[in-house]
Design a protein around this ligand. Structure first.
Ligand SMILES: Nc1ncnc2c1ncn2[C@@H]1O[C@H](COP(=O)(O)OP(=O)(O)O)[C@@H](O)[C@H]1O
Ligand SMILES: [Mg+2]
Length: 467
């Protein structure tokens, strides 16, 4: 639209310029000739009048008519209309007092017969012609009208030429702009369309939906953000169903064991009190196991739901000692030497119950996965603004390929051994979540057969520094 507006105003401007120029030239010539012939007309000197008009007409390649005030042709440089009456609107407005008037005519077009005759006689072809009527004054009175007829065909033609060229260029530019915009539009809308497709696939439940990332613009950023979001969702979905299946499996094992034990008891005949007692003890153990699993699961659920910490200033050293004391009987029973050098008293702002559970679980694991005659050491030290608790054992260790997974839910290196020792495979994942909630880190290093070391770092309380 802008091109069209600019194009047409340009054509208009050029046309106006060309025609104004021409009108001004014609007017100048016509007026000077009118002045020249004024005297001769008044004197009825036809010869001199003709000579003067002819002079100009030949020089300018135009036709000149000299009319008396009654519009009768006195002089026609083309010698065709002498004595006839000739009138156009320009002539009549000069007769009514105008100094001069310009008009355009198409010699080949419609119009009064005599005008056409005047024009075609001059050019003999269908062409655009300009007529300038100038007043011939003598002694302050209107003595006649000089009609200056000249072809303006070249101006029309050059204007049409410019018009055509402009149209051509406008066409080319408009097509180029259109093609370019379509291309740009396509590069913009295609990724949006693809993203849209991906989102609707995802909302229909297909979490494997991904979109292709092209280039490095904002759309590429959006696409890769979408991809990482859907990947994360897919992972989450997978781990959730994995979790449900693991949990059901873990719950099913003790239930099946109990079912077998109870059925055996039901069908024993005659009743053996010794066996009954033994079986009931086993059933009781399985119920304990179920209880442990369920309470671990509930803990995990409450962590997932955004568990709140019950924060207090804790002396981590004495907390460690307490747990060591709690676990010494187990260590003794397992024939493992447990010692702890936590002389320092370091203040940590944390949830006492949860940190107790953390330390209990780590030392409990160390004892359980260390064969008779082994050792478990724990230390507490200050490192920068952190309290570092380290629990190391001389136990079975953890194979390198299992090490990255031991904090996963239900992950156990040796299922049979873990079950034997009463583990649920949820201990370390709960430990990790608790540590993360406290803004700390946990790390495990191990060499199979040589033992493992668990290192926990907790940020020290800032209260002392403030005081
Ligand atoms: N100190 C350790 N020495 C060797 N293996 C360990 C130790 N601590 C944990 N593990 C391994 O990590 C697994 C996960 O530990 P955890 O989550 O506490 O489960 P579990 O209920 O089996 O103790 C254990 O089954 C065991 O294979
Ligand atoms: Mg454990």
């Amino acid at each position: 639209m802008a091109f069209t507006v600019i194009g047409f105003s340009l054509i208009q401007l050029v046309g106006e310029y060309l025609f104004t120029q021409r009108i001004r030239d014609d007017q100048r010539i016509a007026e000077s000739t009118a002045q020249e012939v004024g005297e001769y007309l008044a004197d009825f000197d036809a010869e001199k009048m003709y000579a003067a008009a002819m002079n100009t007409a030949q020089a300018e390649q135009s036709r000149i008519l000299v009319l008396d005030p009654l519009c009768v042709v006195q002089v026609d440089t083309a010698s065709q209309m002498n004595g006839t009456r000739f009138i156009t609107s320009e002539i009549s407005s000069v007769l009514q007092g105008a100094a001069g008037e310009y008009g355009f005519y198409d010699a080949g077009g419609a119009g009064a017969y005599w005008i056409r005759a005047a024009l075609t006689a001059f050019s003999n072809v269908s062409s655009m012609t300009g007529i300038y009527a100038a007043a011939i004054n003598h002694d302050g009175a209107l003595a006649g009208v000089l009609v200056y007829i000249s072809q303006v065909q070249e101006i029309y033609e050059s204007l049409r030429d410019i018009q055509l060229k402009m149209l051509l260029w406008m066409g080319i530019v408009a097509t180029a702009v259109l093609v370019f915009s379509l291309l740009v539009l396509r590069t913009i809308t295609r990724p949006i369309g693809e993203l849209n497709e991906g989102i609707s696939r995802m909302s229909r439940g297909d979490l494997s939906a991904r979109v292709s990332v092209r280039g490095r613009n904002e759309f590429a950023g959006l696409a890769s953000a979408f991809n990482s979001m859907s990947e994360r969702l897919e992972q989450l979905d997978k781990s959730r169903s994995q979790f449900v299946s693991n949990a059901s499996h873990e719950l099913k094992t003790p239930l099946s064991t109990m079912k077998i034990l109870i059925e055996t008891l039901l069908y024993q005949d005659p009743v053996d009190p010794g066996m009954t007692k033994e079986f009931l003890t086993d059933i009781n153990k399985e119920i304990d196991r179920l209880n442990r699993i369920v309470s671990d699961l509930l803990t995990l659920v409450s962590i997932d739901n955004g568990m709140k910490l019950n924060l207090a200033e804790l002396d981590i050293g004495s907390l460690l000692q307490e747990q060591v004391k709690r676990l010494s009987p187990l260590a003794r029973e397992n024939g493992v030497e447990l010692d702890c050098s936590a002389k320092e008293s370091l203040e940590v702002s944390g949830d006492a119950l949860k940190l107790q559970q953390v330390i209990y679980n780590i030392i409990d694991n160390a004892i359980k996965y260390t064969p008779r005659g082994g050792e478990v050491h724990c230390t507490l030290a200050k490192s920068g603004k952190k309290a570092v608790i380290r629990v190391s054992d001389t136990g079975v260790g953890i194979p390198e390929e299992d090490l990255p997974h031991i904090f996963d839910r239900f992950y156990r290196v040796d299922k049979a051994r873990s079950r034997e020792t009463g583990g649920t495979g949820l201990g370390l994942s709960i430990v990790k979540q608790f540590i993360l909630l406290h803004g700390g880190t946990i790390d495990a290093r191990s060499a199979p057969g040589k033992g493992s070391t668990f290192t926990i770092e907790l940020p020290l309380s800032t209260r002392k520094a403030e005081a």
